[in-house]
Design a protein around this ligand. Structure first.
Ligand code: EPU
Length: 428
């Protein structure tokens, strides 16, 4: 196991290329199960979630080839193998295997998903959708059993706007008999990306990206080639970094429309931001202003950037309030930021940040993926050396992180954990 070491305080300059979107990738890969012939996905990020999903597709008999950023899946040899345990528990997005296997085989057994600990993350809306499509769903010893004689279209109103439930119901419904309507659907760009892949495979989907999605079921789906969208959360992370430490950073391979809420907040802080067709230029300014943030479903400010943004706000003059309306407990990074000299307190669903403060290097631990991002940003802003453990969380979502940061002029490296550190990890 490794940790990330950062020598902080260096200005960043140059161009960083954004990888394919993690939260699309983790849905696109299970979606290949629905086809009868090979599907190729281009532009995949180098992250551990992709590797785990590759292994899971192989476990159910798929033939998978990865060549750098391109994955080809031949789903023709797949079987409806139960996956109650093992790798399926390592990532939250393994819940997409439920929708995809149910769609293709009309049955599935999938262990309840793992992923980041952000407080309660129920999947009741996914299950409500599967049941409406005609599946029987039971929870037996921590695994979800789904069975249907036949899937039929249905009208499904989501009580909570959920990215996962919207995509999962879409996956099952594309091969159901008749018409499905998902109301109060999530509108995130990743949903449009999955709908685009499914449509290229032969599915009939209208309205992805709006809050009503209409699906006309088809009997079979075929292979195709699909290029994934850029990762707006990775892009936002580098924008935040550039807002703190950037002498002029070009974030390349982005869809600026996906980042409007982030661009607006950075400008409100006084940061210089200019966007082009597929690039965004960000440069810091001497006196950053405090701002308030409230996370919302897309196109609102993304919860996934709340933690990294909190780190940036330690440098702003005045008091900022960050409120997470999606995940009320997504604040495990705050204690770690305090170790680095930040002046932050948590009240209910809000973090209150008082600045400006010069962060100091320290030994800190990433408890989840975006907590990890908030900590490596803090390390780059801090005086002295920062060590971030819990690197396995960061590796789930940031492709080629060390190379990208050093390419911008940072001094960052990976180091093996010492014996003592490994021992300590075992005891917590
Ligand atoms: N919710 C329910 N019932 C459900 C589903 C969701 O109550 O059946 C609640 C959740 O507890 C949460 C809210 O609805 O409060 C939104 O959850 P959603 O289902 O939209 O989240 P998700 O699909 O599980 C995805 C991303 C997350 C991101 C959220 C919100 C993936 C694999 N994960 O999760 O990404 O935070 O949407 O945008 O797409 C990350 O990238 O670090 C990450 C955690």
């Amino acid at each position: 196991m490794e940790k990330l070491k950062i020598a902080g305080g260096y200005s960043l300059k140059g161009t960083v290329r954004v990888s394919g979107a993690k939260n699309s990738a983790v849905a696109l890969i299970p979606a290949t199960i629905l086809a009868e012939s090979p599907v190729t996905i281009e532009g995949l990020p180098h992250i551990s979630d992709v590797e785990i999903l590759k292994d899971l597709l192989e476990e159910i008999g798929g033939r998978v080839n990865i060549n750098s950023e391109e994955m080809t899946v031949d789903p023709s040899t797949m079987i409806s193998m139960p996956l109650p345990n093992g790798k399926v528990k390592k990532l939250r997005a393994s819940y997409y295997l439920m929708g995809a296997m149910l769609g293709r085989f009309k049955k599935a057994v999938i262990g309840l998903p793992g992923g980041c600990h952000l407080g309660p993350r129920p999947i009741d809306q996914h299950i409500k959708g599967f049941e409406a499509l005609g599946a029987q769903v039971t929870n037996e010893q921590g695994a979800i059993y789904l069975r249907a004689d036949e899937l039929h279209g249905a009208r499904i109103y989501l009580d909570v706007v959920s990215v996962g439930a919207t995509i999962n119901i879409m996956l099952a419904a594309v091969r159901a008999k008749g018409r499905t309507v998902i109301e109060n659907a999530a509108k995130e760009p990743e949903i449009i990306d999955v709908a685009t892949l499914l449509t290229n495979m032969g599915a009939k989907i209208k309205g992805a990206g709006t809050d009503v999605i209409r699906i006309e079921g088809v009997e079979t789906l075929n292979g195709c080639r699909h290029t994934i969208i850029p990762d707006r959360i990775e892009a936002g992370t580098y924008m935040i970094l550039a807002a703190a430490m950037g002498e002029g950073v070009i974030i390349d391979n982005v869809i600026p429309l996906h980042l409007e809420s982030v661009i607006a907040k950075l400008r409100e802080m006084g940061v210089f931001v200019e966007s082009g067709d597929d690039q965004i230029f960000v440069k810091t300014v001497p006196n950053l202003k405090a701002v308030d943030i409230k996370t919302l479903v897309y196109p609102g400010f993304p919860t996934d950037l709340q933690q990294p943004f909190t780190t940036l706000l330690t440098r702003a003059a005045g008091s900022s309030v960050v409120t997470d309306t999606i995940y009320g407990a997504r604040f495990k990074h705050i204690d770690e930021l305090r170790r680095m000299n930040a002046n932050i307190k948590v009240e209910g669903r809000s973090a209150i940040i008082n600045g400006p403060i010069q962060l100091q290097g320290a030994k800190v631990k990433a408890s989840d993926l975006r907590a990890g991002a908030s900590l490596f940003i803090a390390g780059l802003m801090a005086e002295g050396i920062t060590e971030v453990t819990g690197l396995e969380h960061i590796d789930r979502g940031y492709s080629d992180l060390v190379e990208k940061l050093n390419g911008l002029g940072a001094t960052v490296w990976r180091e093996a954990l010492t014996k003592d550190e490994l021992e300590h990890m075992k005891n917590i």
